[in-house]
Every structure is written in structure tokens, then in C-alpha cells.
Design a binder for this molecule. Structure first.
Ligand code: MG
Length: 404
């Protein structure tokens, strides 16, 4: 088994719930041995496919599968300019597939390769949303019934809404189309939402909220202070990656726990806030930083500073990527919580071996490698789609474009 090499690398795009998922298959010189990884950057999936097919594939064919660290470093350096989401996702697809192969060769699940379990199940949280308070409450009740105890609460998706009324705002003449939101009304609606949720559901439920970098620095601080009485599990992405220095001031002035980082792509963005212990949870999207290899290093770096992991787990992540991060969740001592968006029946048919969820915990079985397969025929039933980008064009009431 010493001379196993990469025979070929294939890329698949499938959209079983109308969201493009990018899957990488690394085939080896052993006909029966291959691995799968997630390279999903759903908003630019064609660019990721091109990066893999036109650059990584020719570079890696014929290389040994064994030295993942060397391959990862080679992929990262191979374009000279690096650290962007397109190339990192491409790298992640290959990286995760190689870890999958290594697990299959060892006869061990990934968590075992990483050092074994620190816990038996992975605590997950769900995202509750709705157009009005009643809808959000219905959504929360449903999750509680299903056994979840950690819920992220929103109303009107990102940027807010209150009681079914779209926020009133006066735009300048000629203002362009966009996903308009009003920061002060958004803040107000969220405070009212949490008042109601605590009143109706009590204090045992763990609650989160995601700012999605929508607020100014001053508003973010005021918002965090206003949320203190509701005792959140964490407040997510309060700032944009280029403003993380302001966490110093947030930390000094509020007791709200902070989660940060789903847009991060490289260590320069997270080093300072972790070393200074300005955040409580690191929240990167595994494929957006380059896969399992850099995530293991990041998790251990965080452990030294008492920062816990809360990997990004939206529905624009394939079950292969979700399961890869659940292996880390099982292994990392400093695991905090895992975002989870459910698996549809269609996804479970395409990706056999999806983790099972019971009473708010995810369970990964002992299948060697990442443990999630890929049925190419099933996947082909759901070809790539043109996705609706409209929510990404966020604007303030005066028409100024802001981060979504
Ligand atoms: Mg988020």
C-alpha cells in the first residue's frame, strides 16, 4: 500500500435543495479506493470547479496520497496569491477527500485518526425564522418538539422585520433595487423578539442571534448591551472581518458571548482576536479556510486561549462537509456547538451515511474516513441551478450598499 497515488480528480455540482453543492472525488491507483470532499462555495461554484479541474487536477495527478500536509501546502502556494474563498474551497475539496482516503486506508473514522472522541454526540443548534412573532414561535416549538435545546432566533431573516410589517423607510428618489433594511428598526425588532421568546419558552433554552455584520460599530455595542438580559449562548458575526479590532471595546463593555468568523479565510484574520480572547467561539466555514488540515490547527490554536469551536453549518454546505466538521467536533476538546441545517430526503439519497440526529445531538458512525458517500446517479437528478442572489444586495435606507 506504499505507492498509492492520485489517479484522477473529478468535480460534481448537484443542487438537491436548489443550492449548488460542489463535491470533489479523488480517485487513486487502487481501483476500489477513492475519497470525497466538500468544495462548496455556492455563490461562485463555477470558479471553484475551474480552479480544481484546470489547476489542481493536473498538478496533483500521479502524486502519493499519503502526505496530506505537503499536498495542502503545495496547493496553497501554487497560485502565489492565496487565501481567497475560491481557491480555499478548491483546496478543501481535495484536502477532505485525502483525509477520507487516509481513514479508509487506516480502517478508522476521521475522529479516530485525529485522536479519538472527546464526547459521544455533537450538540447542534437550529435556525428559527419567520415573517412575524407567531411564525418564529411556531418554528421554535417545532424544534423543541424534535429535541433541540439550542436555537438561533431571527425574524425576517437577516436585517429583521417586525410583526409581519416590512420595515417602513424613506428612500431617496432613484434609489436602486436591493434588500433594504433599517438598522434601528432591526435592533428594536430583535429585542422585542427575545423578550417574547424568553417569556414564552423560559430560560432553559439556549439562544443565539446572528448580526450578519449589519450594524455600525456604535450600534453593535448598544445592541450587545441591550441583549445582555436575555443571556444568549452567543451573538454571531457582530462585525465584518475588516473591523475585528473593535471586539476589544465590545469585550470591555459587555458580557455577551461572541462568535465570529464565518467569512474568515486565513490566519491573519483570526490570530489577534483569539490571542486577545476577544471572542468566545470561532466560527469559520471549513471549506472556506481550506478544509480539515487548517481547521485542525485552528481548533488547537483556539484551545490554548479558551476559545471554543462553532463551525459554520448552513445548507450551502454538503453533508460530506458537515460530517467532516462533526468529526472535528467529536475530537476537539474545545468544541462548543455545531450549527446544523438538517438533511433532506434527497440529500440522504445522494449522500449515503449522513450523521443521525437524536435529541439535539448528532451521531457519526464508525465508517472509515469521513463516512459519507456520494451517489453520482442520484446527484445527476439535481443539476446546478441559477441561484437567487437578491438577498446579497443589502442596502441602508438611503440606498447605500452594505455587506449582506
Ligand atoms: Mg452567520
Amino acid at each position: 500500500m506504499d505507492n498509492i497515488t492520485i489517479r484522477d480528480i473529478k468535480v460534481f455540482v448537484t443542487a438537491p435543495r436548489g443550492i449548488n453543492l460542489v463535491i470533489v472525488k479523488v480517485e487513486t491507483s487502487e481501483p476500489e479506493l477513492s475519497g470525497y470532499g466538500c468544495a462548496t462555495f455556492t455563490w461562485r461554484h463555477k470558479a471553484v470547479v475551474t480552479a480544481i479541474e484546470e489547476y489542481l487536477r493536473p498538478m496533483l495527478k500521479g502524486r502519493s496520497v499519503h502526505n496530506i500536509e505537503d499536498i495542502w501546502q503545495t496547493m496553497m502556494g501554487s497560485s502565489y496569491w492565496r487565501n481567497g474563498p475560491i481557491l480555499n474551497n478548491a483546496i478543501s475539496g481535495v484536502d477532505e477527500a485525502l483525509w477520507d482516503i487516509k481513514g479508509k486506508l487506516a480502517g478508522m473514522p476521521l475522529y479516530s485518526l485525529l485522536g479519538g472522541k472527546a464526547r459521544e454526540g455533537v450538540t447542534v443548534y437550529r435556525h428559527a425564522d419567520g415573517g412575524c412573532l407567531e411564525e418564529v414561535k411556531e418554528c421554535i416549538s417545532q424544534y423543541i418538539e424534535e429535541g433541540y435545546r439550542h436555537i438561533r432566533c431571527h425574524m425576517g431573516t437577516y436585517g429583521g422585520n417586525f410583526d409581519g410589517k416590512r420595515q417602513q423607510m424613506v428612500k431617496p428618489e432613484g434609489a436602486p433595487e436591493g434588500a433594504y433594511f433599517h438598522p434601528k428598526m432591526y435592533m428594536d425588532s430583535v429585542i422585542r423578539l427575545f423578550e417574547q421568546v424568553r417569556k414564552d419558552f423560559g430560560w432553559e433554552l439556549e439562544l443565539m442571534h446572528d448580526v450578519h455584520e449589519r450594524l455600525s460599530l456604535a450600534d453593535t455595542l448598544a445592541f450587545a448591551k441591550e441583549l445582555e438580559p436575555f443571556k444568549l449562548f452567543f451573538l454571531e458575526d457582530s462585525l465584518a472581518p475588516d473591523q475585528v479590532g473593535y471586539y476589544k471595546y465590545l469585550r470591555e463593555q459587555t458580557a455577551v458571548p461572541f462568535a465570529m468568523g464565518e467569512l474568515f479565510t486565513n490566519p491573519a484574520e483570526w490570530k489577534t482576536i483569539i490571542q486577545n480572547q476577544w471572542i468566545d467561539f470561532i466560527r469559520v466555514h471549513l471549506s472556506d479556510v481550506g478544509g480539515v488540515t487548517p481547521a485542525v490547527k485552528l481548533a488547537h490554536f483556539c484551545d490554548a486561549y479558551g476559545v471554543r469551536t462553532a463551525w459554520h453549518g448552513p445548507n450551502d454546505l454538503s453533508p460530506i462537509g458537515m460530517c467532516a466538521q462533526m468529526h472535528l467536533d467529536l475530537n476537539n476538546h474545545n468544541f462548543g456547538i455545531q450549527e446544523f441545517s438538517g438533511f433532506t430526503q434527497e440529500e440522504e439519497a445522494i449522500f449515503p451515511g449522513c450523521p443521525k440526529i437524536r435529541d439535539g445531538y448528532a451521531y457519526v458512525d464508525d465508517t472509515p474516513g469521513i463516512g459519507v458517500g456520494f451517489d453520482e446517479k442520484e446527484a445527476a437528478k439535481y443539476p446546478a441551478v441559477d441561484m437567487d442572489h437578491s438577498w446579497l444586495f443589502a442596502r441602508l435606507p438611503d440606498g447605500t450598499a452594505v455587506r449582506p
